[in-house]
Design a protein around this ligand. Structure first.
Ligand code: F0G
Length: 454
């Protein structure tokens, strides 16, 4: 399903884009759960404080797009300052696999809080040791060791450092469109110039190759390469799904060259694609794997870098303090993560991710077929679904229409034509239908608007 929008459509879309986004706030139907005057005042104040003390540009951008102030989250729903509910299909870019404030995660963190919250660092850390063992079991022993941190970027930093010390080599191969975070090291392997260039010189040497292209990897592979780092499915890049043989092919190329293979599962991990880890489907194991986002159950931030015994013995063999983190492996985050893994089992979230994902994909494909000039492609695995438009601006327009209908999504930063749908894995069949209907209405309204302006 590929299409090319006509020139007239392109011009109409460009005109429609700013008009609709500006009008968005007038369209809303507040539930009046909170007195609207006090809600408005709260909104204004937060927008102004954000502009004055966090980030003026971002404040303008978000106000312009029509985003409110988030005040509460529960299950698949986020409520704004007016008490308006939104079905969360953005899900913190994959953080809310279990939804917002899953009662079992909240209870696990509360219970832990009664004992010890953060580590004194002088003692053995029981929650971290137990979580690492749980994770090792989930990789069937292939990755028996874990280093804990607090975010995806930190997990990637650790993976890059471990790859260097384990191989004694400096270089990395990464992919265009790949996203691995914005700290110096993680940014160095993030495949978008827009984010990298202003911070040059970064960590090197890093060679970028097109995603899903094994020949390109073979071509640049050399004895200085410590590791190849890839996402099993590119998230920020626009939900790019590689060929079935891609990950196995990378494994083979790395083995032949004595390089390590790093799978960044920060976004794809913990059931998002219908597997606990997306790479399981390919039947290959990495030397290092990064996790974050959903691992904390949507309640606590946590990052994890899992590795083989060989990698960890080289990384920490000479100096057990070669890499450390004050907050990494804290008891609260580890309690949340241990309970997250249990909830994934008990609530059969892998099967639910696959089933609800198939439902959503089928419904979206039917919607897309109605608008061949606007929608270029629908693709996904499990509940990681991308809807690609033929033009950049259409994505923005549809986002604001979906917001108006109580569905929260965003486009992929590395590819604004693609809307990313990553709802909680606990989303119900009825909620998936609600999202698909809202999408249908939203595209219809954008289509009408473009027709009027053509
Ligand atoms: N790796 C992947 C695959 C990611 O998707 C992200 C973040 C990171 C690493 C960095 O994690 O933000 O916790 O430091 N992705 C978000 C996104 C920002 O938009 O997809 P972080």
């Amino acid at each position: 399903m590929r299409s090319n929008a006509s020139f007239r459509t392109r011009k109409a879309v460009a005109r429609a884009s700013s008009a609709v986004v500006r009008k968005f706030r007038e369209f809303g139907t507040p539930l009046n759960v909170i007195e609207s005057s006090s809600a408005d005042a709260r909104y204004q104040e937060v927008v102004e404080l954000t502009a004055a003390h966090l980030n003026p540009g971002l404040s303008r951008l978000m106000a312009f797009a029509g985003f409110g102030v988030e005040t509460r989250g529960e299950g698949c729903t986020v409520y704004d300052h007016e008490g308006r509910p939104f079905l969360d299909c953005l899900g913190g870019y994959g953080t809310f696999a279990l939804g917002h404030r899953h009662p079992r995660i909240v209870a696990a963190v509360r219970a832990q809080l009664e004992d010890i919250a953060l580590s004194a660092k002088a003692f053995f850390n029981e929650p971290a040791a137990r979580l690492a063992a749980d994770l090792a079991a989930r990789t069937e022993g292939a990755l028996p060791y874990t280093f804990f941190s607090n975010s995806g970027a930190e997990a990637v930093e650790a993976a890059l450092k471990f790859a260097r010390i384990a191989t004694g080599r400096p270089g990395f191969i990464s992919t265009f469109g790949g996203y691995h975070g914005k700290t110096m090291g993680a940014l160095s392997v993030t495949g978008r110039d827009k984010y990298r260039k202003p911070f040059d010189p970064l960590v090197g040497p890093v060679q970028f190759v097109p995603y899903n292209d094994l020949d390109a990897v073979r071509h640049v592979m050399n004895p200085d390469v410590a590791a190849v780092i890839v996402e099993p499915i590119q998230g920020e890049g626009g939900i790019v799904i590689p060929d079935d043989a891609y990950l196995a092919g990378l494994r083979e190329i790395c083995d032949r060259n004595g390089s390590l293979l790093i799978f960044d599962e920060v976004q794809t991990g913990i059931g998002r694609t219908g597997h606990l880890f997306a790479h399981e489907r390919a039947g290959v194991r990495p030397d290092l794997m990064t996790l974050a986002k959903a691992l904390g159950g949507g309640v606590m931030p946590i990052g994890a870098t899992l590795g083989t015994a060989d990698v960890f013995s080289r990384a920490f063999g000479e100096n057990p303090l070669a890499h450390t983190s004050t907050f990494g492996g804290n008891a609260l985050a580890c309690a949340a993560a241990r309970e997250t893994l249990r909830v994934v089992d008990d609530e059969q979230l892998l099967a639910r991710s696959a089933e609800r994902g198939a439902q959503m994909l089928a419904r979206f494909a039917a919607v897309a077929a109605k608008y061949p000039e606007l929608v270029a492609d629908v693709r996904g695995r499990g509940l990681m679904i991308g809807l690609e438009f033929a033009l950049d601006e259409v994505g923005e327009l549809v986002v604001s229409q979906l917001l108006k209908r109580g569905v929260c999504v965003a486009y992929a930063l590395n590819n604004p034509r693609v809307l990313r749908f990553e709802p909680p894995l606990v989303i119900t069949e009825v909620e998936v239908d609600t999202v698909a209907n809202a999408l249908d209405e939203s595209i219809a309204e954008v289509d009408e608007l473009i027709a009027e302006l053509r």
